[in-house]
Design a protein around this ligand. Structure first.
Ligand code: NDP
Ligand SMILES: O=C(O)C1=N[C@H](C(=O)O)C[C@H](O)C1
Length: 259
């Protein structure tokens, strides 16, 4: 990533809840240097380029995060993304962009690391859920968050449900049994065939429960993020690792070697 040992970091969404926490964590890390705090109204590409950032971290809003990542790549930096709202289409466009810029570069290439959740408890919960999924007839996900969150269901819950759905499909399982005829609006969102329920409650930060059922037994996997400080070790790990992972990486489980 750089010839010097210090990684220069720009934070996009720097005034937000996660951005502010990330700025503080970067400033406290001896091997990282905070070189830009960018927020709404700033030119992200110019801010990243002019600051000489090696890595830009995006904690903004779903509506702008893809645009920011393209601007970061055009500015010649790696991107670490915690913002939600990504789908196959937006991820595919980033892969194409990476292939284009990396073909023109002489070095090992730029990397983009998108993590729906940087918390260790959440990453482990998702990993355990994906492993358990093949053994249970029923599976549902409940995510619980602070009421200032703008999107539902959470990116973490979507990622969890998609992994459960993939594991169920691999195991040849059909849909979870469900006799519902009326009141589908009370049955949560359908993410790849897995029901996902979103709770918004003052006092909460970020929490997830994954429920598995068989006749006569239940497995509940639950994780709680009580403080945004818990996301910071994962964010800093991603910042340090993204430079050695050219192309697109989705999920911190890949960096932690859990996948
Ligand atoms: N992956 C993970 O571990 C985690 C992910 N998240 C996700 O991160 C995202 C941010 O969450 P949170 O910090 O709580 O949200 P906040 O609303 O607190 O912060 C978002 C920040 O982005 C700014 N912003 C909006 N538009 C732009 C833009 N075009 N360019 C630069 N900055 C912009 C906002 O400015 P303004 O307010 O002026 O519009 C605000 O300062 C969400 O998608 C959330 O789900 C959250 C926690 C953990
Ligand atoms: O908005 C939040 O707060 C969080 N967003 C992410 C998500 O949607 O999964 C990660 C974590 O749940 C906190």
């Amino acid at each position: 990533m750089s010839t010097s040992s210090v990684v220069r970091v720009a934070v996009i969404g720097a005034a937000g809840r996660m951005g502010a926490q990330t700025c503080a964590a970067v400033e406290e890390a001896e091997d990282l240097e905070l070189v830009a705090r960018l927020d709404a109204g700033d030119d992200v590409g110019a801010g990243v380029r002019d600051s000489g950032a090696h890595v830009a971290v995006d904690f903004t809003v779903p509506a702008v995060t893809e645009h920011n990542v393209h601007a970061v790549l055009d500015a010649g930096a790696h991107a670490v993304v915690g913002t939600t709202g990504w789908d196959d289409g937006s991820r595919g466009r980033v892969v194409e962009h990476l292939e284009r810029v990396n073909a023109e570069r002489g070095d090992e290439g730029l990397g983009v690391l998108i993590a729906p959740n940087f918390g260790l408890s959440a990453v482990l919960a998702m990993t355990f859920a994906a492993k358990a999924a093949r053994y249970f007839e029923s599976a549902e996900v409940v995510e619980l968050h602070h009421p200032n969150k703008v999107d539902a269901p959470s990116g973490t819950a979507r990622h969890t449900a998609a992994a459960i759905a993939a594991a169920r499909a691999d195991a040849g399982l059909g849909p979870s049994p469900d006799a519902t005829q009326d009141g589908w609006e009370a049955r949560g969102a359908d993410v790849d065939g897995v029901r996902v329920h979103a709770v918004r409650l003052r006092g909460l930060v970020a929490h997830e429960e994954i429920l598995f059922g068989n006749a006569g037994e239940q497995l509940t996997i639950r994780q709680d993020s009580f403080d945004r400080a818990s996301f910071m070790p994962g964010v800093l790990l991603a910042v340090r690792e993204v430079g050695s992972r050219p192309g697109l990486t989705v999920g911190l489980e890949n960096v932690l070697d859990l996948s």
